[in-house]
Design a protein around this ligand. Structure first.
Ligand code: ASC
Length: 128
């Protein structure tokens, strides 16, 4: 368990930072900003699927105060926040499966769904 809100904030932000790096590298490949490397892409997708399990634990009560962009609405609409986090985890897991295959349309679709999960939650629960 965390010592205090700051500990929880550091924990979830560390995970989000790794998610952003891995997702961003996939985005560069999807957008054609760099060559598509199926092995690297699949590893990144697998990383994001594993990392997607980490942040939720860090959203402890009272951790909207401190060095964070998390809005208090997370805790007043906790059931919806939890559902959005679960949807993200499910989409990330599907992307990891798709990325092990060769169907580019399926990969792009699964990537898009995962990105929508990131954005859908940020739009409502993250300070801009
Ligand atoms: C990223 C990033 C996000 C998501 C989001 C997807 O690379 O940092 O928050 O993708 O923009 O729509």
């Amino acid at each position: 368990n965390f010592e205090d809100a700051n500990d929880a904030i550091k924990y979830r932000k560390a995970a989000f930072g790794l998610i952003a790096y891995n997702f961003g590298d996939m985005a560069a490949m999807i957008k054609g900003k760099k060559d598509f490397n199926a092995d690297v892409f699949a590893q990144r997708a697998s990383n994001v699927a594993a990392l997607s399990q980490i942040p939720h634990e860090g959203f402890i009560a009272g951790s909207d105060k401190g060095n964070t962009d998390a809005l208090a609405k997370i805790w007043s609409d906790k059931a919806d926040f939890d559902a959005k986090m679960t949807a993200f985890q499910e989409n990330a897991a599907k992307l990891a499966v798709a990325a092990k295959g060769t169907d580019q349309n399926q990969i792009k679709q699964a990537f898009g769904n995962t990105g929508q999960s990131c954005k859908g939650c940020h739009d409502v629960y993250k300070k801009d």
